[in-house]
Ligand binder design. Structure first.
Ligand code: ZN
Length: 559
């Protein structure tokens, strides 16, 4: 095999999107994996639960995987593990994560059947591990989940700095303030390449301190007389803590709803990352025992996820919790691009039911876990890398981050705006994108199926949702090749059949004509051709009459 030149940095997800973070570092065929996240589907992907990275590049290279390191416990960094760890896992595969991240991963593994029992090594601020030819040193970074670790990686071509998701926070909740001394010390080690979080790169100024967010949340607690319903991500551990602490201050009991949130709370409490006084947390059935002014409901669903608690409450589908007049609903997380409309509809629905709504645009109560322009510049200044690769964010965020790096004096040719699947190759002297890409398309998870929903299925779902379906059942006489009787038509979501008698009559006539013509000549009949003919011709006909394109399913039964 030809020896690979240079170090290869291969993002499989997280570039040009928010979520699904996963990256490979490859040196002469040996591979280090950083994070394995998933992302939530967009509104244009009906019925999809999650999207995970495509790992087919690793197929056949399993033995060359040196290890996996995880930066933090957010699902966009660990969520894909159960969907493909089996394919990569071997008993001696080294995996590293901080205590909280490890706890969240292991607990989640239990929810999936048939998973290998993972052994995850605990690392912390200052831990160093050797995965030849790489050496990774972990360092603490503030974010909105505790135990978040940045990576300083020694490689054969030079030092790489991976920031993880981060912000600079002088007044964090549940965490130590940013250790600038340590960061500066790392910055002196000659950073060849910095890989940095871009989620906040389009936003001016400095991200809010978690303390600031707490203050804003407190204003809502101070003036709310009814129940407070706070929705956030299950993995926003700091936000969960803030809501619990404020509830205690304002003598409210907290009911946690949503499986993933309950689970994360359990792990975080067991490991000491979330503190709640005895008696603060109550079960759902205990809620009616207290006046509304003494109740906080902490739940999932701020993104409008269909199955999450807040969505079910808004749609009046929740078995026991209902929105009512006097409730205050807090959306305490920013809206992921692609979910805006769903969240808007949900918000309207909650307002209609008489509740007050606070969302992140009205007050700074959103996730805010990511460095904004000023912090990103500061990070570049501290690390003074030769090469720069913005990651974690929509394409516009990556571009904005690249511009910041240029403003900070990096030369344009040393800044790479890459996309998923592109291979970034670097040595001491130069950095470039290789010509050949690796597969990085969406792998969609739908219930138990992984990757079995592709573009075609998704297109069908969209067509079904938009124009409905149209089933034509025709019975064909095997002997004569002619249609017996009149074809049956079943339709859903297309037209109201009773009011479309003429349309149906004309359709039937056309179907009979198409079949009789195709079978009339005698000899073997190509049924798939006949079906295609029906699909095309009837499709055109229905469109000419209705301007709609339902999915047409011809069913031909030979008797
Ligand atoms: Zn994160």
């Amino acid at each position: 095999m030809k020896k690979q030149k240079g170090l290869r940095v291969i993002p499989l997800g997280g570039l040009g999107e928010v979520g699904r973070n996963m990256m490979l570092l490859e040196w002469q065929g040996k591979i280090l994996i950083i994070d394995m996240g998933f992302r939530l589907p967009e509104e244009s992907m009906p019925g999809i639960d999650y999207i995970i990275p495509n790992i087919s590049y690793l197929r056949g290279k399993e033995r060359k995987i040196l290890g996996i390191v995880f930066t933090h416990g957010h699902y966009d960094h660990i969520g894909a593990i159960p969907y493909f760890i089996e394919k990569l896992w071997k008993p001696d595969l080294p995996i590293y994560a901080s205590a909280l991240t490890r706890g969240i991963i292991l607990k989640r593994q239990k929810d999936f059947s048939g998973q290998p029992k993972l052994e995850i090594n605990k690392v912390e601020n200052g831990s160093k591990i050797k995965l030849n030819p790489f050496e990774v040193e972990f360092f603490r970074q503030n974010h909105n989940i505790p135990d978040n670790l940045g990576l300083f990686i020694k490689t054969p071509v030079g030092n790489i700095l991976h920031t993880s998701d981060f912000k600079f926070d002088q007044n964090p909740v549940n965490d130590l303030p940013t250790d600038f001394k340590k960061l500066k010390e790392i910055g002196k080690r000659k950073i060849l390449l910095m890989i940095s979080d871009s989620t906040g790169a389009e936003e001016e100024g400095h991200s809010l301190s978690e303390e600031e967010i707490s203050k804003n949340l407190e204003k809502i607690f101070k003036y709310s007389r009814g129940r407070i319903i706070a929705a956030t991500f299950a993995s926003l551990i700091n936000r969960i803590q803030q809501i619990i602490t404020l509830s205690e201050k304002y003598k409210r009991k907290v009911c946690i709803e949503g499986y993933s949130m309950k689970t994360n709370l359990e792990i975080s409490r067991a490991l000491g990352y979330i503190k709640a006084k005895r008696g603060t947390l109550i079960k759902r059935k205990e809620v009616p025992n207290w006046p509304d002014s003494k109740i906080t409901i902490l739940c999932t669903g701020a993104q409008g996820e269909a199955e999450a608690v807040l969505m079910r409450m808004a749609n009046k589908e929740h078995p026991s919790l209902k929105i009512k007049r006097g409730d205050t609903v807090i959306f305490s997380s920013s809206v992921i691009p692609g979910n805006e409309r769903t969240v808007q509809i949900m918000k309207d629905e909650i307002l209609r039911q008489g509740a007050k709504v606070f969302h992140y645009k009205m007050m700074d109560i959103h996730a805010g876990g990511h460095a904004k322009k000023e912090e990103l510049k500061e990070m570049i200044k501290i690390m003074r890398p030769k090469f720069f690769l913005p990651v974690h964010g929509q394409y516009s965020m990556l571009v904005s981050h690249a511009q910041l790096a240029e403003e900070m004096g990096l030369s344009k040719k040393n800044i790479i705006v890459a996309e998923n699947g592109q291979v970034v190759n670097l040595n001491k002297k130069r950095i470039f994108i290789e010509k050949k890409r690796v597969p990085s398309n969406y792998i969609m998870v739908d219930g138990l199926g992984v990757g079995d929903v592709g573009e075609v299925v998704l297109r069908d779902r969209k067509m079904l949702a938009r124009d409905g379906m149209f089933v034509i059942v025709a019975i064909v006489d095997r002997q004569t090749g002619r249609v017996r009787g009149s074809p049956d038509i079943i339709s859903r979501g297309f037209v109201y059949l009773r009011e479309s008698k003429e349309l149906l009559r004309d359709t039937r006539k056309r179907v009979i004509a198409i079949i009789n013509k195709a079978t009339g000549s005698g000899g073997a009949v190509n049924w798939s051709y006949v079906k295609d003919e029906i699909k095309n011709k009837i499709g055109q006909f229905l469109f000419s009459r209705t301007q709609r394109r339902p999915i047409i399913l011809p069913v031909l039964i030979e008797v």
